[in-house]
Design a protein around this ligand. Sequence first.
Ligand SMILES: Cc1ncc(COP(=O)(O)O)c(C=O)c1O
Length: 421
Amino acid sequence: MEKFEKKIWLSSPTMHGDELKWVTDAFDKNWITTAGENVNECEKLVAEYVGCKYAVALSCGTASLHLAVKLAGEKLYGQPKPNQGTLQGHKVFCSDMTFDATVNPVAYEDGEAVFIDTERDTWNMDPVALEKAFEIYPDVKLVVLVHLYGTPAKIDEIKAICDKHGALIVEDAAESFGATYKGKQTGTFGDYNAISFNGNKIITGSSGGMFLTDSQEDAEKVRKWSTQSREAAPWYQHEEIGYNYRISNIVAGIVRGQMPYLEEHIAQKKAIYMRYKEGLKGLPVTMNPYDENNSEPNFWLSCMLINEDAMCKQVRGEQDALYISEKGKTCPTEILETLAKYNAEGRPIWKPMHAQPIYRMNPFITANGNGRARSNAYIAGNGAHDVGNDIFRRGLCLPSDNKMTAEEQDRVIEIIRSCFE
Ligand SMILES: Cc1ncc(COP(=O)(O)O)c(C=O)c1O
């Protein structure tokens, strides 16, 4: 088989032309700063789309999550002492299988992340493990929940548990912008919500993110914190620590130009997911699952999980991986290397946070109890604990670029099939 002449990306930006129009408009009006029509318009468009009252555009999703977590910390524990974060010493329950930007803001605010294992139905936070975590740490008052790869988590179950224990939710909808749960947009379920416009997301501004809320007070606070916490004085007057987190009017112009294409991108991503589902039939694999009755993902990334009995031997160190090829079997490392050989980009599943060197000492709670107490033991199959590590070990993200043609995707599928021969 020939190599792809043009690289098949995991998920690259898809521009349409309107973006440049709004960037040029900013140049023409000389609004080359962190304010301007593009900033106001993209906030308005996103708030209208998701159905929330306020959207505050920031430099990235991480900044949005940071200020979301800081607001939650202030609400729960009051103003911190000087030089301390708002979560000083407090534990926070966090999704485990995610990108580290979901959980780092807890550390920025001096809190301690307690990682909650993943369930198999949506690859998100397991409500059973969350309930267990509240049994072990009944004083916890904050939960950070992600919707991985654009698939909504079990929101009703998680919200019910949080309500029962009086805990607030920070919702990380960075990857799931446009996805819905029972007809309602992700990014509107948490007490504090964040989305991202990073270059690989469903729509992009090259960078950028937004804090979403129905609370005018919270929106104003985030606006103020993100612009160095300036007080309303003629000079630079500061009563609180500030951040330079506001979005640029240039970046906002790109987001403004992308917004009309969000649904088109989702439809393309869904078609890619369905084509993989059909094309991989007969192989010992499953796709990343979602709750078909209650949710409509944005299908940002299509992923695949290899059945245990079709896994060849694979070991991963901190930076490298090795495998032993075996007839009829394969592993994520072999598939990713084979795709790369043909100039197509896949990626390993996001390595769970509890397994990251930086967070290895943090508590980790599984549906079966304390995951740390059962160290290294992940048992495949439905009774498994450490589900996250099991999905990391057997799963991979497939090329999911919305500019990939059906013919190109058929070839990607053929390459994957060849790994099982
Ligand atoms: C789940 C998740 N949370 C947060 C972020 C952070 O967003 P950003 O890159 O815009 O800071 C990302 C992506 O980058 C993400 O995938």
